[in-house]
Design a protein around this ligand. Structure first.
Ligand code: KG4
Ligand code: ZN
Length: 323
């Protein structure tokens, strides 16, 4: 089964063709650079850029894979959560092609799509699964006992982990998106002093909080080198994620632990999870499938239950849906 997946929930226009939920036939992502000047995503600009990128990208993946509309079994697009104007572009493009090409349309939850990104590396999910979903918009610890029994163990009370990377990067005069920039600068940071807090690591909930880190960073700005701050900020964010993930893994004893979402691309996070949870089976997608992409949308569509009738006709984007 070949599915065209479309993702436009934030600032990446992602389009991909995936066979049987695992084999990526073609995959293209246009990352918007305009936002660099603003230090964050400007919704109005994001939707306009999606509009320019979406059809050329669809053409590109169809011709790269040598796929004709008749070869498609389904078209899937992100329904939410995300920026409404951005979501509308990919969702409407998907619905329009579904109507024109007479291919069934399937709306996909963005957070669920991140979970299915794991299949793109050829990994199968074995339940129960404990997943850390850490992106620019969300930070959640999710326990999947069964596909009809998904438990949200905890989530951020304020900023998401990726958002913390982005905001601290801005304070260090680094461009957006801040995660990879902070990681690069952190490699030059020397010293082992822990001068930033590890938020919520002592609390017995599975919730996270990252907004206080910004204040701590602002106080550190004139005391430490930028690279030292980058190293410590990366350590503080990832330590806090690892502490909760570790505690949840000990409590719920999952078959597998998954790291998904843009922040799962972070090497320190991967290393620390590997060290602290070495007795668990840990999986994460390739770097390019951690951040937003169309392939994970197509993969989720393949594995999720699907009802055919009028899917394109009676569905709409939704900025606030949750897992
Ligand atoms: O999943 P994603 O592409 O979009 C959302 O659904 O939000 O995640 C983007 C976030 C950004 O905040 C970005 O700074 C962060 O993921 N990110 C990283 C890394 N690569 C991307 N954070 C830390 N380390 C990275 N290597
Ligand atoms: Zn995402």
């Amino acid at each position: 089964m070949i599915i065209l997946g479309i993702e436009t929930s934030c600032d990446d226009t992602g389009v991909a063709l995936v066979r049987d939920g695992e084999e990526v036939l073609a995959d293209a992502v246009a990352s918007q650079v305009t936002h660099e000047d603003f230090g964050g995503v400007v919704p109005e600009i994001a939707s306009r850029e999606h509009l320019q990128a979406i059809y050329p990208l669809i053409n590109q993946v169809m011709s790269e894979a040598g796929t004709q509309p008749d070869d498609l079994d389904r078209i899937a697009a992100t329904q939410g959560p995300g920026l409404v104007g951005s979501l509308l572009v990919g969702f409407t493009a998907g619905q329009t092609l579904s109507f024109l090409w007479d291919v069934p349309f399937q709306p996909i939850n963005h957070l669920i799509a991140h979970l299915y990104s794991i299949y793109l590396g050829g990994h199968e999910i074995e339940l129960p699964v404990l997943a850390l979903l850490a992106s620019g918009g969300h930070t959640q610890l999710i326990l999947i006992n069964d596909y009809s029994d998904i438990e949200l163990l905890g989530e951020t009370r304020d900023d998401a982990a990726g958002e913390a990377f982005d905001k601290i990067a801005k304070m260090l005069d680094l461009p957006y998106p801040g995660g990879p920039e902070i990681s690069r600068l952190a490699e030059k940071g020397e010293g082992t002093k822990k001068f930033l807090p590890r938020p919520m690591t002592d609390s017995d909930t599975y919730d996270f909080s990252f907004s206080g880190l910004k204040t701590a960073v602002s106080r550190a700005l004139d005391k430490y080198e930028r690279a030292e701050i980058a190293r410590e900020a990366q350590a503080a964010i990832t330590d806090s994620l690892v502490a909760k993930l570790n505690r949840a893994a000990r409590e719920f004893k999952p078959e597998q632990v998954l790291l998904v979402g843009g922040v799962a691309a972070n090497q320190r996070l991967r290393d620390e999870v590997g060290r602290e949870l070495s007795d668990f089976d840990i999986f994460y997608p390739e770097q390019k499938y951690c951040t937003d992409n169309g392939a994970m949308v197509a993969s989720a569509a393949h594995f999720l239950p699907f009802e055919k009738q009028n899917q394109w006709y009676n569905s709409d984007v939704n900025s606030t849906i949750q897992i």
